[in-house]
Design a protein around this ligand. Sequence first.
Ligand SMILES: CC(C)(COP(=O)(O)OP(=O)(O)OC[C@H]1O[C@@H](n2cnc3c(N)ncnc32)[C@H](O)[C@@H]1OP(=O)(O)O)[C@@H](O)C(=O)NCCC(=O)NCCS
Length: 189
Amino acid sequence: MQIITKKSLEKFSLSLPIYSDIKIADATSKEGDNFYIFAGLDKEKVLQLKTLSLDESDKEIQKNTSDRKRFGLGLYEDWYKKGRTPFALIHKNTNKLAALIWFGAETLEGEKGNFHTSAWRSYPGFRGKGLMKEFANFAMNFYAEKIPDVKFWAKIRKENIGSIGFAQAIGFKKMQENPDGDFIVMVKR
Ligand SMILES: CC(C)(COP(=O)(O)OP(=O)(O)OC[C@H]1O[C@@H](n2cnc3c(N)ncnc32)[C@H](O)[C@@H]1OP(=O)(O)O)[C@@H](O)C(=O)NCCC(=O)NCCS
């Protein structure tokens, strides 16, 4: 995927006010599909996120994430209060939320430094197509330019081989094998 950062992007700091979004890049996949990359989600994208999080046919989201509870049944407002910054990959022709990645300051037990938690999802129709990796790398770099000395960590279900492989593909390494049984922690310093 070719990603081109918007020229003359006005300076802004993170996290953004709730429901505000800023278009930060255009992207084109290898297949020639066009996308936007946004920092932040507007209300319409949050509605899409809610629907996607409740989608029972998406077994991977239901099995590997808490999004049903977090965004489907819970309130986006409550989650946003934790100081998270979501980035969205939006399919230009359909306006569909293709992928999401978010970051937010959260201490990693036993570690010093400016650690931020991270989480990622690609959605049906856009999953497994190589879009997520380049989108995630772009979003991480963009975020790191705004947050000096940031380090990333992610908590992943041990059986979520796809996400562990994905984390490795974007530069995370396994850190703790057994923090609370079902999960591993991966870090990118
Ligand atoms: C994890 C997830 C975001 C990966 O997204 P994706 O669309 O598959 O990502 P990409 O197609 O860009 O793949 C990028 C790389 O990730 C790795 N990867 C993806 N799926 C993998 C799998 N099943 N096993 C091992 N590595 C995998 C590969 O290195 C891949 O690169 P390659 O295709 O060149 O080998 C996606 O599977 C997803 O949304 N799953 C459901 C939600 C979820 O589990 N989120 C994470 C919760 S911790």
